[in-house]
Design a protein around this ligand. Sequence first.
Ligand code: UGA
Length: 483
Amino acid sequence: MKIIVVGTGFVGLPHAAVLSEYGHEVYAYDIDEDRINAYKSGQAEQIERYVNEPGLSAAIAENINRYLFFTTNIDDAVDGADVIFLCLNTPPKRDGASDLSYYLNAVNHLADLLAKRTQKNRVVLVNKSTVPVGTARLLEKLMKQYGVENFGVASNPEFLAQGNAIGGSRRPDRVVLGADTEEDFEILRRVYSQFVNHVRIRYLETTPETAEAIKYMANTLLLTYISFWNGVGARLGEAFPNIRMEDLKVGVTSDDRISTWGSYVSNGAGGSCFGKDIQSLIYQINSTGRSTDLLQAVYNINEFQKVYLIDRAVHEAGFNFNQKTVALLGLAFKKRTNDMRDSAALKVVESLLVRGVKEIRAYDPLAMEDAKNYWFDPEKNHLFGRITYHDSAKKAIEGSDVLYISTDWEEFRGLSRTIETTVKPPYLVIDGRRMLPDYNALVRGGYEYLPVGGALLRPEPQEAAENDLQEPELISGSEKVAA
Ligand code: UGA
């Protein structure tokens, strides 16, 4: 099949690479020349500057100029295409609505080209990135307005998680296709022939509107589940110190119907999808005059969670951030990514700056470059100049008054030792990801530990501990009672 993929970001590029593995003739198009040149080089280093996914560069290197072609000019490729996948970004606007401007620019350009094509074979236009319910219908209307002939529209949402885009494209848990005619489904079956009748992969054919809604329901349900743990599980663990969060998780998720994914409490879920999709769904349902109370609560819980530990540090641990130096470990929205979109660290930094900290000493294994996109605005330099970047956790901790762990990088599991050898107590450790399994040793060593989903742990007061030790020699039991 001759396939065009419009937009070569996190969704489009892995999709194009995997389609080319199945021997389709794939043209991956983007308006950004630097990006396309990087992909054309076939070099991992160049490709990863734009999309960093395990297995992606190898898949590109194997298929480039055989089945996979990169271009900034689709004018020629459009003729004879069977399927065109639209993989454009749809960022949120201020009111939560999806900004369709990139999408509509691409669609208008395409419609113009398609109206003039010489080969009039059936072409199916497929929305792959997440777009509001009704967008396939809008696409159909626009194509008709331009006078495009013999086309169909479809919705084929992607369900990839960052870090597993190639694995997830090769072996998705389901393929959802929404189209209007048997002719269009037949064309799409030829594109995805490896998944039709697959023993494990669900191949679902439905209406475009249903397919669009499936994507929003799936993402907002996942966030609802995370927010249930963050809004109920974490609150319980904080309110009743004898609750063991790890046991709570095992006990609840041992039910086959309740997933372990989503059950680790955190300082809020980030990323390019959850926050944007829930806001968009709220907007879509609200604009029809219907209630979105549940979604609104889920969104609020997640945003609240991103800064709640800072409030707890002030109110429970009595910590005053004014003029203090904070070590911030983890900037990415989750481990194994360099992406900071909607990351809790963004809100944490905002809250710390508002509280007048002297310095934020930041470290992340992968996201330091991305951080500069957020915190290098020269106009706000008086604020962002307070953020310094360090190339190890140890260096970030040096000279700090307090530590905040924001991302679940595996390397933070062994951090207690680094803390002990780098800063002396009294010292507060705020753990937004429950990363320190040996926190008891830390507390015994005199440090204070404030975890998400757990009570503040403080070392025994020094005097009492000393008295305990000397008690047999100094005073008898009866004297102690009298005292
Ligand atoms: C998410 C969904 O998981 C995918 O199914 C979906 O296709 C994708 O969005 C999308 O719409 O494109 P992703 O954003 O890559 O994928 O990341 P997740 O691994 O789902 O993590 C999202 C956030 O939730 C992270 O900040 C993560 O640390 C947090 N999280 C995850 C928790 O706080 N607790 C958990 O138990 C699990």
